[in-house]
Design a protein around this ligand. Structure first.
Ligand code: NI
Length: 172
């Protein structure tokens, strides 16, 4: 089931999320719905608070080659274990901030630990677009958006555009 994606500004996008204590059928459904919602958007990552669920769960698929099979990933309670000193800059966007893009500098490589849907512990080192995406999504779980890395003027400009968009959407 495709779930509606919250648009910034929304208080739920600014709040830290709770860890997931048990992988219940609701969590399995949430993960499947979030992947479907992400592919439909389309996007390369989605965090649970973006669909209004305040839990530490993210999904992503940064496979860009059209001839390659999809690589859906579900990360439960993800934590960044290590970041490289080397930085990289990507032009980031966010499904909660539609059509707005800006350069963000982050560690070029990160090591992340998480639980998968079977409850088993996973650990992996990410680089390239995957590294940017996983950091962007884990930020969401702490109530942090990519525009929080920008200067106040740029951030306010984007926030005003989103407020206008939300008024237009509300009018229908
Ligand atoms: Ni985002």
């Amino acid at each position: 089931m495709i779930r509606p994606i919250l648009i910034h500004p929304d208080p739920r996008l600014k709040k830290p999320c709770e860890p997931i204590a048990a992988i219940t059928p609701e969590i399995v459904t949430l993960a499947s719905d979030m992947l479907q919602t992400m592919y439909d958007a389309p996007g390369i990552g989605l965090a649970a608070p973006q669909v209004g669920v305040m839990k530490r769960l993210i999904v992503m698929d940064c496979e860009k080659r059209t001839d390659a099979p999809p690589q859906p990933m579900v990360l439960i309670n993800p934590v960044v274990l290590w970041t490289s000193e080397e930085l990289s800059t990507y032009e980031e966007g966010c499904l909660s901030i539609p059509d707005q893009y800006a350069d963000v500098q982050r560690p070029a490589e990160v090591r992340v630990g998480w639980r998968d849907l079977d409850g088993s512990e996973q650990e992996r080192q990410f680089d390239g677009l995957w590294a940017t995406c996983v950091q962007h999504e884990i930020d969401h779980l702490a109530g942090k958006l990519f525009i929080d890395y920008l200067g106040p003027l740029k951030r306010q400009m984007i926030t005003r555009k989103m407020e206008k968009l939300k008024r237009e959407l509300a009018r229908g």
